[in-house]
Design a protein around this ligand. Structure first.
Ligand SMILES: [Zn+2]
Length: 247
């Protein structure tokens, strides 16, 4: 991280106020994940759980207001009917008001909303991406988001101090640097689970889009154990309504 970035972080977010979290479901209709999208599913479990016609899911981003800063965690997929910007406006937030965007990983359904017609949607935001995630993608430099936000992307180490006392938590496996974010007692868990009904019952089950399946399964088991140990409130980008689980 550059010295300028370090100074920037150190001088931001000094006023302590109540943290607000707003869920921004990106698609107008509820979503499901078909059981065939998952590996390592024990015989009979899908029927037992009653999810053979689809495991309830969603695609969400999150608006967090903390210490007077407006923070976005992921940005949905940026397709024509994406609800990200309309929902921000419902909460009185314009795209140019966003101070920081924290990216969990570089899949299109998480960064697609960052760019429209090749231009940055969040014209004043500084964008935070885990260094390992950026390094894990051969084409990272060529991504529209990287070009559109070139001079205000901060690549961080998971142990770095981030603005607003946000903590990055490694959960590698789904992608090379997949990262959860912890804010106070709340976790934004990215793609640690794509089908909560199945994966809470059997964390060994991986979505086929988990790039490193063994690592992803281990990360999921570790995460669930720590959520339970600490009684965390956990929001997920693909959790079904109400989009969080109180462990
Ligand atoms: Zn995803």
């Amino acid at each position: 991280m550059s010295m300028a970035a370090v100074l920037f972080i150190a001088s931001s977010c000094v006023n302590v106020t109540k943290t607000e979290v707003h869920v921004l479901p990106d698609s107008p209709a509820p979503r499901v994940m078909m059981p065939a999208l998952f590996t390592n599913v024990p015989d009979g479990l899908i029927d037992e759980l009653g999810v053979k016609d689809g495991i309830p899911s969603s695609l969400c981003s999150f608006l967090v207001i903390k210490d007077g800063k407006e923070i976005l965690i992921d940005s949905g997929n940026g397709v024509a009917d994406s609800q990200l910007v309309p929902l921000l406006e419902v909460h009185g937030v314009k795209p140019e008001d966003i101070d920081y965007v924290f990216i969990t990983h570089l899949h299109g359904d998480h960064i697609g909303g960052m760019v429209k017609d090749g231009k940055a949607v969040f014209t004043n935001a500084v964008v935070y991406i885990n260094k390992d995630e950026h390094a894990g993608w051969d084409n990272a430099r060529d991504m529209d988001m990287m070009k559109a936000y070139a001079d205000r992307i901060v690549l961080f180490d998971a142990d770095d101090k981030l603005p607003c006392s946000i903590k990055a938590v490694k959960a590698y496996g789904h992608t090379p640097g997949h990262t959860m974010y912890r804010i106070d007692d709340v976790v934004f868990a990215g793609d640690i689970m794509h089908g909560t009904a199945l994966q809470l019952a059997n964390p060994e089950s991986c979505a086929r889009f988990d790039q490193n399946q063994d690592q992803a399964a281990q990360a999921r088991k570790d995460a669930i154990a720590s959520f339970k140990a600490e009684g965390m409130k956990v929001y997920g980008m693909h959790f079904p309504a109400p989009y969080y689980i109180q462990f």
